[in-house]
Design a protein around this ligand. Structure first.
Ligand code: SF4
Ligand code: SF4
Length: 448
């Protein structure tokens, strides 16, 4: 694509990067076929190519963001399916990040929009506040259908309540307590694990399962003081300064461990966070005090499924034979290019794994997208659930709490994190969501 940034503009590293990205696009349009918003809405401006043109015009001409640009960029899920498809290697994610930062600086959003974004930014990254909000949402949940029907500014509140868990007991396992979890068998490794923000509130059993399994496999797990939200939630709102505060705090916390007892890896059980943490080096490249440390942290970041495929796993204790529809989160398959590892692990653990038709299409979760763009998100959820249910599985597995919450709001099938299934297969407790689900022969079989 031909660009016309001035020399002064190209002296700005951000615009210079945007220029390099834009020039790679040959406007072939291959990406449109796999873009969920284009597939659903059929509007070129809701396709990657259309958005690239809008961003180019805005940045090249140094225009404040217009309502039209904001509408179409806000509708982008950042699912990154376009990056998987693009034959030219267009780095769309870093272009749309720039667009969002520009929008945040130059566009005056309507009041209701601003208030909702402020509310989400003030609550979701903080587990204590989110826990309180969720308790309120639990009681307000019956109002969700009414609010959704009322539409307008009430729709987002309704979407939020619809996503709230209908039962804490079914989803929540035991939360981990303490900061150091020693290996049970001879120590074979030492890792840090991201505690995160929303996931431990929505389902504390996920990290607890990961820790149990790792400890049994001889891996010591540390949850360093001072780490928290990865920064993705506010970064995707274009709030760069707030996001970088989270990033620096995490880099500091993990650097203390790296320089202390050392770390083999920084493990992440929420793949949406994994994409961002693997990008820390890029996000802080312009900060001389943090650039090297952030790059070191990013190089150690791994999704839990990546790490587990690199170590020797024993034979499973429980081979259930249950049929699992594996939902490949966009942040795993497109954001981190992790497609085979979770399925291989589940199969090795004795599950019958099925790929979901149209598995490349986002479920509509995408951080706060299912609240801010609830109508498109609901369409994508319905499409995803239809595809999953066509497989007639016993359960759904996924590696991202956002997808689990989104899909779980549209189906009666149990949905369980991949790591909780692996923990169960290798001797951990049965995930609570599977209460009442029997193995094909009616009982859980023990391995020989
Ligand atoms: S597939 Fe890549 S090169 Fe083709 S239009 Fe989309 S972003 Fe541009
Ligand atoms: S990130 Fe997803 S929604 Fe956004 S343009 Fe790319 S494919 Fe479409």
């Amino acid at each position: 694509m031909r660009t016309e940034f001035s020399e002064d503009q190209l002296a700005d590293p951000r615009l210079s990067q945007a220029n390099d990205i834009l020039r790679k696009c040959v406007h072939c349009g291959f990406c449109t076929a796999t873009c969920p918003t284009y597939v659903e809405l059929g509007n070129e401006l809701d396709s990657p190519r259309g958005r690239i043109y809008l961003i180019k015009d805005m940045l090249e001409n140094d225009k404040p963001a217009s309502t039209e640009v904001v509408t179409h960029i806000d509708r982008c899920l950042s699912c990154l399916a376009c990056m998987t498809t693009c034959p030219s290697g267009v780095d769309y994610v870093h272009l749309v990040d720039q667009a969002r930062i520009h929008i945040e600086k130059t566009y005056d959003r309507p009041l209701a929009d601003r208030l909702m974004r402020d509310l989400l930014a003030a609550v979701l990254p903080y587990p204590g506040r989110f826990r309180l909000a969720l308790a309120g949402a639990f009681f307000g949940k019956p109002l969700a259908p009414l609010l959704l029907k009322m539409g307008g500014p009430f729709r987002r509140m309704g979407a939020m309540l619809k996503l709230a868990p209908s039962s804490f007991a079914g989803r929540a396992g035991k939360a981990e307590t303490g900061n150091l979890f020693p290996a049970i068998s001879p120590r074979a490794g030492r890792v840090a694990m991201l505690t995160g923000c929303a996931q431990p509130v929505l389902d504390p059993g996920i990290n607890a399962a990961a820790i149990r399994l790792l400890n049994r496999l001889g891996v010591e797990v540390v949850l360093p003081e001072g780490e928290g939200c990865c920064g993705a939630l506010v970064y995707h709102m274009g709030r760069e300064a707030a996001a970088l505060d989270f990033v620096r705090a995490n880099v500091d916390a993990w650097t203390r461990e790296i320089d202390g007892e050392g770390l083999d890896a920084i493990l992440i059980t929420t793949s949406g966070c994994g994409v961002t943490i693997k990008d820390y080096g890029h996000m802080l490249a312009g900060d001389p005090a943090y650039a090297d440390k952030a790059a070191r942290v990013a190089a150690l970041a791994k999704d839990i499924s990546e790490y587990l495929t690199e170590i020797d796993l024993p034979e499973p204790v429980n081979r259930t034979g249950l049929t699992v529809a594996y939902h490949s989160a966009c942040s795993l398959q497109h954001g981190q290019k992790i497609t085979l590892q979770p399925k291989m692990l589940l199969e090795k653990a004795g599950f019958a794994v099925r790929d979901v038709p149209e598995g490349h299409l986002c479920c509509g979760s995408a951080g706060t997208y299912n609240i801010m763009q609830s109508q498109i998100a609901a369409r994508l959820r319905a499409r995803k659930v239809t595809n999953i249910e066509s497989l007639k599985p016993d359960l759904i597995a996924a590696g991202n709490i956002g997808c689990m919450t989104q899909i779980g709001a549209g189906t009666a099938l149990p949905i369980v994190h991949t790591i909780a299934l692996l923990d169960w297969a290798y001797g951990g407790p049965r995930p609570g969501a599977l209460d009442g689900i029997a193995a094909p022969d009616g009982q859980i079989q023990a391995a020989e």
